[in-house]
Design a binder for this molecule. Structure first.
Ligand code: NDP
Length: 240
């Protein structure tokens, strides 16, 4: 029987590419989103992938949403915690609200997404947890103290989950994209974007599909001994 994959933020950007790639590999896929009903409807019309709306920052909503996915699509074997936001500001101007919005969505959102599916994975002795982190969690970034904290936190999460899940057939890994051509990055002023591209040795932004291929590999049986790892896909942006 086909395995079931849940992709948060799976209706747009990198998440949409991940949802489509997993479907192409034969998984039953459910994609979630926060509020952009129009984009979600267009995505379902294009792909046939069912979408579900809930706020990953809310634990009770996540539990209820995942219960619905499991009854309609199947027990979640692969969970891709992809939903994320930015609220950038230099630290001296960053508000507590900007801090908490990003922590609640990007970091607590990972707990809220993985925790409700974890016990089922343990019982079934199979699971794939894949968290979409960022190069900026690995190296830090000007005006992203909040965002970098969450993305570095993702790496701690998967390293810990890997140790807890290894004997239960569960792997947990992070993918760290560099700058990818999605709405999140295209919303950055053009001048800033050009200066970002100038710092990427590959000389270009990445494509969402290039991240999706990392995810389909980590989800596969071929990746069964890769556990607690971070895969960087960033066009050779090295950091120490
Ligand atoms: P987009 O802004 O294009 O899409 C974000 C998706 O997440 C949307 O589906 C959105 O739903 C959903 N989402 C946002 N907040 C919530 C929430 N509170 N609850 C549920 N869903 C939510 O983002 P990207 O595709 O660019 O980014 C995807 C992930 O990749 C993020 O974690 C990001 O940090 C990471 N990343 C992105 C990089 C890039 O260059 N783009 C680089 C490195 C990492 P809705 O459509 O309803 O708004």
């Amino acid at each position: 029987m086909a395995r079931t994959a849940l992709v948060t933020g799976g209706s747009r950007g990198i998440g949409a590419a991940i949802s489509k790639a997993l479907k192409a590999e034969g998984y039953n896929v459910a994609a979630t989103y926060a509020g952009n009903d129009e984009a979600a409807a267009a995505f379902t019309a294009e792909t046939g992938i069912k979408t579900y709306k809930w706020n990953v920052a809310d634990y009770d909503e996540s539990v209820a949403g995942i219960a619905k996915v499991e009854s309609e699509v199947g027990p979640v074997d692969i969970v891709v915690a992809n939903a994320g936001i930015t609220r950038d500001a230099p630290f001296h101007k960053m508000t507590p609200e900007q801090w908490h919005q990003v922590i609640d969505t990007n970091l607590t959102g990972v707990f809220n997404t993985v925790h409700p599916v974890w016990s089922g994975m343990r019982e079934r002795k199979f699971g794939r947890v894949i968290v979409i982190s960022s190069v900026n969690g690995q190296k830090g970034q000007f005006a992203q103290v909040n965002y970098a904290a969450t993305k570095a936190g993702d790496i701690g999460i998967v390293r810990s989950l890997a140790q807890e899940g290894a004997r239960a057939g569960i792997t947990a890994n992070a993918v760290c994209p560099g700058y990818i051509a999605t709405e999140m990055v295209m919303a950055v002023p053009e001048k800033v974007r050009e200066s970002i591209i100038a710092q990427i040795p590959a000389g270009r932004l990445g494509e969402p599909e290039e991240i999706a291929r990392c995810v389909t590999f980590l989800a596969s049986d071929d990746a069964s001994f890769i556990n607690g790892s971070t895969i960087s896909a960033n066009g050779a942006q090295f950091f120490s």
